[in-house]
Design a protein around this ligand. Structure first.
Ligand code: 13P
Length: 254
């Protein structure tokens, strides 16, 4: 049984004071039964991680902490970068790796993503590995090939027992922040393709790996994605910034 996972990617929003308020409010709105059903993760900017960690611990919240990126080396002369071990020390459980904004705006390739995935795992955290086609790739009918290649290259060299614990987020680039979503059928079909791609290389891992959909998820459309057999949750951008809205996404069955 794969436990549902709904993660909020705050991107470059919320200073640490705002972040404290959001996580406290979210904590009030969710009850233990919600957390039984869904693993809830928030991924604030680096500057808010310590504050959010403190709130989670002080208030005994069941919300889990995630980061949005990290470097692949453990330490070194990499001005402006954050090492994976620094995140692990802040009780970070999940790290988003290879988000399309990092790929597109900061030049991250599948090879870089692969190094980051290994670095996150080395420090005992779980990568949320993002894949997804652009609009042009979808129009050219190469979306499936593109996503399959991203999965294979981003996870290259990993052992099956490691792949089993990973999270892959399918985020079609054209659906991010646009208000357009993949249909639940299309997203579910792509999730099935990702699972079968994983099965060809890491047979034992395919059933346990969790696959999320991301791209304009909101309280009104989440249930459609959650109903798909191969989708185990969502990676939510804009709709995770407001605690009421995000709580409604998490409680998608209500
Ligand atoms: P939106 O939910 O704002 O479309 O963002 C999706 C996303 O990029 C999550 O990582």
């Amino acid at each position: 049984m794969r436990k549902a996972l709904i993660a909020g990617n705050w991107k470059m929003h919320k200073n640490h004071l705002e972040a404290i308020q959001v996580v406290q409010k979210l904590g009030y709105r969710l009850d233990p039964a919600d957390h039984e059903r869904v693993e809830v993760v928030v991924c604030p900017p680096f500057t808010a991680l310590r504050s959010v960690q403190t709130v989670i611990e002080a208030d005994h919240l069941l919300i889990r902490l995630g980061a949005q990126n990290c470097h692949w080396e453990d330490a070194g002369a990499f001005t402006g970068e954050v090492a994976p071990g620094m995140l692990a020390k802040l009780s970070v459980r999940y790290v988003i790796v290879g988000h399309s904004e990092r790929r597109r705006l900061f030049g991250e390739t599948d090879e870089v993503v692969n190094r980051k995935v290994k670095a996150v795992l080395r420090h005992g955290m779980t990568p949320i590995v993002c894949v997804g086609e652009t609009e042009a790739e979808r129009d050219d009918d190469v979306a499936e090939d593109r996503v399959a290649a991203q999965v294979a290259r981003s996870l290259a060299g990993l052992d099956p027992e490691v792949v089993a614990g990973l999270v892959v987020a399918y985020e079609p680039v054209w659906a991010i922040g646009t208000g357009r979503t993949a249909s639940p059928d299309d997203a579910g079909a792509m999730a099935a393709l990702i699972r079968s791609e994983v099965a060809t290389r890491w047979a034992e891992a395919a059933d346990s790996l969790r696959i999320l959909y991301g791209g304009s998820v909101n309280p009104g459309n989440i249930a459609g994605f959650m109903a798909k057999r191969d989708l185990d949750g969502a990676l939510v951008g804009g709709a995770s910034l407001d605690p009421d809205t995000f709580a409604s996404v998490v409680r998608y069955w209500v």
